[in-house]
Design a protein around this ligand. Sequence first.
Ligand SMILES: Cc1cc2nc3c(=O)[nH]c(=O)nc-3n(C[C@H](O)[C@H](O)[C@H](O)COP(=O)(O)OP(=O)(O)OC[C@H]3O[C@@H](n4cnc5c(N)ncnc54)[C@H](O)[C@@H]3O)c2cc1C
Length: 434
Amino acid sequence: MAWDFSTEPEFQEKLDWMGEFVRREVEPIDVLYSSERFVYDKSHPIHDEIVRGLQQQVKDRDLWACHLGPELGGKGYGQLKLGLMNEILGRSGWAPTVFGCQAPDSGNAEILAHYGTEEQKEEFLKPLLESEISSCYSMTEPQAGSDPGQFRCRAVRDGDDWVIQGEKWFSSCLRYARFAIVMAVTNPDVPVYQGTSMFLVPTDTPGIEILRHTGLASEPEGEGNHAYVHYDNVRVPAANLLGGEGQAFAIAQTRLGGGRIHHAMRTVGAAQRAFDMMCERALSRHTQGEPLAQKQMVQEMIAESWIQLHQFRLQVLHAAWTIDHVGGRQARLEIAAVKVALPRVYRDVATRAIQIHGSLGMSNEMPLTSMVLGALALGLADGPTEVHKISVARRVLKQYQPHPGLFPSEHLPARRDAAKKKFADFLEHAAARY
Ligand SMILES: Cc1cc2nc3c(=O)[nH]c(=O)nc-3n(C[C@H](O)[C@H](O)[C@H](O)COP(=O)(O)OP(=O)(O)OC[C@H]3O[C@@H](n4cnc5c(N)ncnc54)[C@H](O)[C@@H]3O)c2cc1C
C-alpha cells in the first residue's frame, strides 16, 4: 500500500531537533528584532554575534540550505521533506535565515547557480549561500504588478553592455542587497512573456536611485523594506544577462514552484502557532463562571480552525508529494491551488485567535495582528490570489469536455432512458413477476 502518512524515524529525529532548536534558540530573537529589516541588514551586530553561531550549529547538523540541489551542497531532499522542515521554520521570522533558506535569497541563489558565470558565482552566489550578503528580486512596476503586459522597464544592448532604464516598485530588501535580479523588456515587439529578460545588477552600479523605502501598514515612513527604485541608465556587462534573451518568465517559473510550497508550509507553521495561542487562551480565560473553552461559539471557532488548518496541511503535503513524483511542471494545478488557499487559512485562523483573545488580541502585546497583516501580504506577494484562482480554474477545465446536445450528461431523463435500455430484459421479466 503506497499511501503512507508517517515520517521515517531518522528524518523525524531531525525534525524534532529543528523544532526544539527553533523554539529555544531562534524564537527569542524574533521578540527582540521583529522588524524584517534586521533579518536582511547583514551589517547589524546580531548577525555576527548571535546568528552566525546558530547557523554553524545548523551546518554541523547537515541541515543548512536544504532546498538546494546536491550539486550546490544541498541534501537533495524532496519537496515533501522540505515541506515538513519549513513547517517548523514558519514559526519564526528568523528561522529561515538561521537555516539558510530566506527569501528572496533562496530563489535568487537558484537562478545564479543555473545561469551565472563562474565569476558571478564566486562574487555573488558564494557569499549569498553563506548568508554574508542579501539580494533583491526586482520585477513589479509602479503601474503594473499582476499584468506584466504593462511592464515598461527596458534594457537595451549597447556594445558590450546592457543599459537598463525604468522604475520598479516593492523591490523588497533592495536597501540591504549586494545585488538585484532585475526583469526588463528587451524586445517590445513580441509578447512580454517572450520579450523580457533577467539581469544581475550589483547594487553599487551607478544609476540606481531609490526613490522611497516603502513600508507595510503602520511602519514608520522611510523605514520600510520595499524599494520604489529608478534604474536610470544602469549599465551592466553583457555577461550579466541571465539565461538568454527573452527567458525571464521561464526562469521565474522554475524559481517559484518549489518556493511556493515552502512558503505554504511555513504558513502552516505560523497558523499553527496562532491556533496554539487560541486554544491556550480559551482554556485560561474565564467569563460568566466558566472558561471560554466551554462556550459553544468558541468551540466552533476552534473546531473550524483545526479542520481548516488540517485540510490545508494535507493539501500542501499532497502538492509537495506530487512535485516529487511527477515534477513541478505537472504539479502546477496543485501548486496554484495551494497559493490560493494559503492566505485565507492563515487569515481566518489568526483572526479567530484575535477574537478569542479580545482586546489583548488586538493589542501590540500579542503578535496576532501582525499575523493577519502577514496573511494579507501573502495574498499579494508572488501574484494576487485572483490570478492563481484563474490558473486553477483553467487547469481544472482542461480536464473536461463540453457535452453535445441541449441537456447535460447528468440529465436524469436521458440517463433513465439509457438505464431502461441497458436493463430492458430484466425489466420485462421483473414486470411479469411483480
Ligand atoms: C509584502 C510584499 C512583498 C513583495 N515583494 C516583492 C519583491 O520583492 N519584488 C517584486 O518585484 N514584487 C514584490 N511584491 C509585489 C507583488 O508581486 C505585487 O503586489 C503583485 O504581483 C500584485 O501586483 P500589484 O500590487 O501591482 O497589484 P495589481 O496588479 O494592481 O492588482 C491589484 C488587485 O487587482 C485584482 N486583480 C489583478 N489581476 C486580476 C485578474 N486577472 N483577475 C481578477 N482580479 C485581478 C486583485 O485583487 C489584485 O490584488 C511584493 C508585494 C508584497 C505585498
